[in-house]
Design a protein around this ligand. Structure first.
Ligand code: NAD
Length: 301
């Protein structure tokens, strides 16, 4: 049994804690919103009143938080974990944030003798519930090995991407590509439909031709083409447009910082911004709902 302090019990953190408990680990939880972790107490989690209390004396600390500022404050703030913790647990940040902030945390952690990993996830809320997340991990290999029992309790795959920050870079590149593929697939299906070609027939042809991709095959954006995907259920569930917009924002900032050109990633971020400015519902819908931007006539269906 490993003792874990878990900070940030939201849509992802909640089910991740459930899976840690199921695997027999002892979990102390903290969230600024008490209501977020109340249901976990019945499942055996222990509540802490501060992040520092949740982290004190445990083997592993995991954070699952919204953004750079909050992650920076948790680890690097004057009253943060690195300044105040007496013990030296493995620190693992699973949030989707910039490579720059996790590298800063890594450096400060290393100076004070803490092992630190960036370990963002893919698989979304469904993957968190099912315990099938993929972890993309940046940091020292030996630390990744030490942390793998805990990560495997919450996910199916643990990839060591490279040194500190590499997990965030891998996640950022994958999500940018996923967004570009989704926009391209939606554009092609809309053009076909505009010309009277049935979207299911067009998908079948694409899936056996050079345009075949994950979105056309497994996350098809046209309603009714696949049965068990968000597009066939009013674009509910799946991966929210707002979250993909955040991830593309990280890619744009990173590209600016490193003088890299990401014309397609930037374009798709702008498309998502425009889509959300035109449709108040869009932010909370699945990414595949970008189909409605390319085929606005679908809205009436
Ligand atoms: P969420 O908003 O549901 O949860 C975040 C939690 O953090 C909230 O409960 C909030 O109260 C808590 N929090 C905020 N500030 C805090 C602080 N200072 N101390 C302690 N708790 C604090 O978000 P989520 O969907 O669980 O996402 C968490 C992270 O995972 C994000 O970085 C997101 O980009 C990433 N992610 C989300 C998904 C997804 O499908 N939801 C998929 C992959 C990655």
């Amino acid at each position: 049994m490993i003792s874990v302090g878990f900070i940030g019990i939201g849509n992802m953190g909640g089910p991740m804690v459930q899976n840690l408990l199921k695997a027999g680990h002892a979990v102390t939880v903290f969230d600024v919103n008490e209501a977020a972790y109340a249901p976990l107490l019945d499942a055996g989690a222990v509540a802490a009143t501060t992040a520092l209390d949740a982290a004190a004396g445990v083997d592993v600390v995991i954070s699952m938080l919204p953004n750079d500022k909050i992650v920076g404050e948790l680890y690097l703030g004057e009253a943060g974990l690195i300044a105040k913790l007496q013990s030296r647990p493995i620190l693992i940040d699973c949030s989707t944030v910039s490579a720059e902030i996790v590298r800063k945390v890594f450096q400060a952690a290393e100076e004070r003798g803490f092992p630190f990993l960036d370990a963002p996830v893919s698989g979304g809320v469904m993957g968190a519930r099912a315990g099938t997340l993929s972890f993309m991990v940046g940091g020292e290999k030996a630390v990744v090995e030490d942390a793998s029992i805990v990560l495997q309790a919450m996910g199916k795959r643990v990839f060591h991407a490279g040194e500190s920050g590499a997990g965030q870079i891998a996640k950022m590149c994958n999500n940018m590509l996923a967004a570009v593929l989704m926009a391209g697939t939606a554009e092609a299906l809309a053009l076909g439909s505009r010309n009277g070609v049935d979207a299911a027939a067009l998908t079948e042809i694409i899936n056996h031709s050079t345009g075949c991709n994950f979105m056309s095959e497994k996350w098809n954006p046209w309603p009714g083409v696949l049965p068990d995907v968000p597009s066939s259920h009013g674009y509910q569930g799946g991966f929210q447009v707002a979250l993909m917009t955040k991830d593309l924002g990280l890619a744009v900032s990173n590209a600016q910082l490193h003088g890299a050109a990401i014309p397609l990633g930037s374009l798709v971020r702008n498309l998502l911004m425009l889509y959300q400015s035109q449709d108040a519902q869009a932010a909370k819908l699945d990414l595949s709902s970008i189909q409605r931007f390319f085929a606005p006539w679908l809205k009436a269906d």
